[in-house]
Design a protein around this ligand. Structure first.
Ligand code: ADP
Ligand code: MG
Length: 335
């Protein structure tokens, strides 16, 4: 991050920053059942009977997951919260309750930057009724943000592994925008068109599909398996269907894409499919239902698209207007 002449975190210090976070923290509501709040060695909450707790962690590292020259502190904080909320709601609408943030932050970061970052963490927690419950603060060469969220779930959990042969593959939202937005940012292009701006925004400000997961659960739609598309649609379908006994047929022409992506790719089908399948950091829900539940779901959430079904074939076959097509997975690999 840029060295600044303005006051940096080394003036405020670790404890100064923690004090600031504590003073500006989210409010603990009765549903959080707080026993010991932020400020002690541990955060303590009392548990409820007949509830399950879902826990997830994700890390964002400067120059790997974001660049400070592209993304504002508000966008970085939003992404850090949303990616974790997305994992929590993928367990069929578990409600996110507690958030822990461990942050490595360069010493020369302006105090105002750190304050903007934490104000945005609070804002995004408040949106979901999450209580910021603790964390850790250290200095580091690159801005590193590790977020852990604990969510609560009273009913049945939905895992990645419950899909049965014949189940229908369903998705929320559009695919490919985030990957295209990333490429636009990476190209360094200035003066973006309307559609490029929208694609970039989808990459920088993803939203967890809390809204969809909530409706699915509250209406007792029987979801047989579910995940979020954080590593791309190709990977999500593989996670839900590709084991020893299952496979899937996916109809590429049924995969929903935005007008912006169509404009950006100049309606080049190959490019559209590549972005839609391989583009990561999308955070849409990918799930399966039994065929008998499709009509109910269509009425309840018209936005859902039906892109294929689970079958017995080993592996996943892709079809374009009923012709089988070979598709390669080249999504992001960390190692
Ligand atoms: P310890 O020495 O036990 O690691 P710290 O001094 O790091 O404790 O933290 C003191 C309190 O402040 C703890 O409750 C911790 O969870 C909280 N805390 C530290 N850093 C953060 C942060 N970045 N965000 C929220 N809470 C934090
Ligand atoms: Mg500490």
């Amino acid at each position: 991050m840029a060295i600044s002449s303005k006051k940096s975190l080394s003036f405020l210090g670790e404890f100064g920053l923690i004090e600031h976070i504590k003073k500006n923290n989210t409010k603990a509501e009765p549903e959080h059942n707080v026993v010991v709040d932020i400020g002690d060695d541990c955060f303590v909450f009392s548990s409820l009977k007949n509830s399950k707790y879902a826990v997830t962690a994700d890390i964002l590292i400067e120059d790997t997951h974001f660049k400070t020259k592209w993304a504002t502190p508000e966008q970085i904080a939003k992404k850090a919260v949303e990616v974790n909320v997305s994992d929590i709601v993928s367990m069929c609408g578990a409600k996110p309750l507690y958030l822990f943030i461990a942050i490595g932050i360069p010493k020369n970061t302006e105090i105002s930057y750190a304050k903007r970052l934490f104000a945005a963490v609070k804002k995004n927690c408040d949106k979901y009724g999450i209580h910021l419950s603790g964390g850790d603060t250290v200095s580091s060469g690159k801005l590193t943000i590790s977020v852990t969220i604990i969510g609560i779930k009273s009913g049945e959990l939905i895992t990645r592994s419950g899909a049965k042969t014949g189940d229908i593959l369903c998705v929320s939202g559009n695919f490919g925008d985030s990957g295209a937005g990333f490429d636009i940012l990476n190209s360094g292009k200035k003066n973006l068109t309307w559609y490029e701006k929208k694609l970039v925004k989808k990459h920088l400000e993803p939203e967890a599909r809390f809204d969809i997961a909530k409706i699915l659960c509250e209406n007792n739609i029987k979801i047989t398996s579910m995940t979020d598309s954080s590593d791309g649609l190709f990977k999500s379908v593989e996670l839900l269907t590709a084991d020893y006994h299952k496979g899937a047929a996916v109809y590429l022409d049924k995969v929903p894409v935005s007008d912006e992506l169509v404009e950006f790719t100049k309606n080049d089908k190959n490019k559209i499919y590549r972005y839609a399948l391989n583009g990561a950091e999308e955070f849409e829900l990918v799930f399966t239902i039994a065929p008998k539940d499709k009509i109910k779901l269509q009425k309840l959430i018209p936005e859902i698209s039906y892109i294929g079904y689970v079958n017995k074939s080993k592996g996943i076959k892709y079809f374009d207007n009923n012709n089988e097509t070979a598709i390669k997975y080249n999504g992001y690999k960390h190692f």
